[in-house]
Design a protein around this ligand. Sequence first.
Ligand SMILES: [Zn+2]
Length: 163
Amino acid sequence: MNDQASPHNDDGIDPAARAAGHQPALTGCPWHDVNEMLQAAGLRPTRQRMALGWLLFGKGARHLTAEMLYEEATLAKVPVSLATVYNTLNQLTDAGLLRQVSVDGTKTYFDTNVTAHHHFYLENNHELVDIPDPHLVLSKMPDVPEGYEISRVDMVVRLRKKR
Ligand SMILES: [Zn+2]
């Protein structure tokens, strides 16, 4: 008798994150985790990727622009150029380790949380924060042209301080 009762996969891992192929078990050592993460995504763990990955992923979920990461790298005495920071962020995004969130069409944030979620944008201090409710949905989805399907909905709810 076959009692391999595992009809579905409910280990809580978001399918998008799973598809991205990087769910290394956390060891509590960010350096080790970043190495694993890069290797699993097929990226060679170069010194620069390791250093930037450590700044990005070593502190929990974060939303950073390239300029913000460059500033952190400079303060941490990591010798990188802004161009390298941009390239690395794009490579990590292509590898599914980061998600891009654009605000205003000019400002791009890189989110270390690649699971489905939406954002508040705090206009006063230009900060992007997660909306805690992951089940937020549009009450009416738009019709999409034939031959297309909705891949993802990114909602940015802009907030400003009350006067
Ligand atoms: Zn986020």
